[in-house]
Every structure is written in C-alpha cells, then in structure tokens.
Design a protein around this ligand. Structure first.
Ligand SMILES: CC(C)(COP(=O)(O)OP(=O)(O)OC[C@H]1O[C@@H](n2cnc3c(N)ncnc32)[C@H](O)[C@@H]1OP(=O)(O)O)[C@@H](O)C(=O)NCCC(=O)NCCS
Length: 213
C-alpha cells in the first residue's frame, strides 16, 4: 500500500488520495470523457466500455497500490494509473485480462471501424517487445475531467506516483501521448519529462526516477 495517505489540493477543497476499490466506475467515466486525444470520446466507440477496459481498469485490477486519484468529495475527478513493470503487465494483459473481455467488446462493436481499430490495438498489447523498458520499466496513464484541469492536480498526481515508484526502486517512467494531444505534450515537457521517440501515432516521453529511502 502506498504511504501517501492524502494531500489537500491547491484550493483546499478536493483531495489527492490513493485509489481504492469502488472508484472503478468514476475512473471508467473519466477515461471515456477524456479519451479522444484529451477530449470527450462519448459516442465515438459503439462499445462504450472499450477504452476503460484497455486504458484504466486493467491497471487498477493488477496494481491498485500504484494508482492515485483526485476526490472532490462527491466523486473521483482525476486519476493516474501505472504499471511498474510494463513488460510483465503487458503479458498479463494479453493472456489473462483481455481474452475474457474481447468477445463482448467485439459483439458490441458491430461493424464500427473506430472500435475495430481499437480492438486491433488491444490485441497487439503484449505481442511485441516494449521499447525503453530497461531505463523506463514503468508506464502511466493520467486523465482529469475538464473541471479539474489546470489547477496543479496533474503535476500533483505525477509527483505522488514518482515518489511511490522511487520508494520501490523503479528507475524510470514512460508514457505515450497521442500526437494531436498538444495540451498533454506541453504538460509532460513542463513537468520534466523528455521526449524519447516521436512516431506518426504519438510522442513517447520518459523520466528517470531517483530512489527514495
Ligand atoms: C494533461 C493533464 C493530465 C494535465 O493536468 P493538469 O492538472 O491540467 O495540469 P497542471 O495544472 O498540473 O499543470 C502542470 C504544468 O503543466 C502546464 N500545462 C498543463 N496543461 C497545459 C497545456 N494544455 N498547455 C500548456 N501547458 C500546460 C501548466 O501550465 C503547469 O505549468 P506550471 O506549473 O509552470 O504552471 C490534464 O489536463 C488532462 O487530464 N487532460 C485531458 C486528458 C489527457 O490529455 N490526458 C493525457 C493523455 S496522454
């Protein structure tokens, strides 16, 4: 369990705290509402739970102690989730997490090309070597609802995660932002990530983590 209990926010109303069971529905909702390159993806996919089953729920299923949320007192409005060992996580995703879920999403998707592309993406996870894992074994996903953005919560979530990974001796962290998500790209640069790779699909950033004793 993380040693970070909670921290008051920039305006003292909301709270940064570790993820706990029961937060999953809020996380899935945030994932959908930020899932189109940072904008609302509601209605984009015919299988409405597809994005959450790929980008957020497997992380808290496998690593609930490496996830932090922003709680405004009513609900969770933002999260960071993480796989401390990306290669191991992707193998687990491929052989345990995805197979029992794939068929349901496929049925819900029908002939939607958008869903089909995302299903291909999910099916490829764990089937190829992960780049940069020697120096950056962990990877993350972070999303905040629009009303929680721009108040320092993104930085605070990453700081909490980095501190936690530092305590576990994880040497580095990476993430890939969609190439059109200019806001997120500016954010990662601003908070100390450096660009590792740029492809037509996105920009991969990395950040070394100092060991915390
Ligand atoms: C990207 C995101 C996580 C950033 O979190 P945030 O709480 O809005 O960012 P913060 O307020 O902590 O900003 C931290 C720093 O980054 C800068 N920054 C944040 N968003 C920025 C933007 N869109 N453009 C330029 N700079 C930005 C801030 O100015 C701030 O710099 P400062 O500390 O010098 O003032 C959040 O906006 C978000 O969830 N967006 C939608 C979903 C998304 O795109 N997720 C990432 C997918 S890869």
């Amino acid at each position: 369990m993380s040693s970070i209990a909670s921290a008051e926010g920039p305006e003292g109303r909301a709270l940064l705290r570790p993820f706990r069971r029961g937060d999953e529905a809020d996380l899935a909702d945030i994932c959908l509402r930020t899932g189109d390159g940072g904008a609302d993806a509601t209605g984009l996919y015919r299988s409405s739970g597809l994005l959450a089953d790929i980008f957020v729920l497997p992380y808290v299923a496998k690593h609930l102690d490496a996830a932090f949320v922003i709680d405004d007192g009513q609900r969770v409005v933002g999260y960071v989730v993480c796989a401390p060992d990306t290669a191991a996580f992707e193998r687990w995703f491929r052989y345990e997490w995805w197979p029992p879920r794939e068929e349901g999403h496929r049925r819900a998707a029908g002939d939607s090309a958008k869903d089909a592309a995302m299903l291909r993406y999910a099916a490829a996870i764990g089937g190829r070597p992960v780049p940069f894992v020697d120096e950056h074994p962990a990877h993350l996903h972070i999303d905040l609802l629009p009303e929680a953005q721009g108040s320092g919560w993104g930085r605070a979530l990453i700081d909490a995660l980095v501190q936690d990974l530092g305590r576990r001796g994880i040497p580095g962290l990476q993430l890939t932002a969609g190439g059109t998500n200019t806001g997120a790209i500016a954010f990662y640069r601003r908070i100390g990530f450096t660009e590792l790779r740029r492809t037509p699909g996105g920009v991969t950033f990395g950040r070394p983590i100092a060991a915390v004793r």
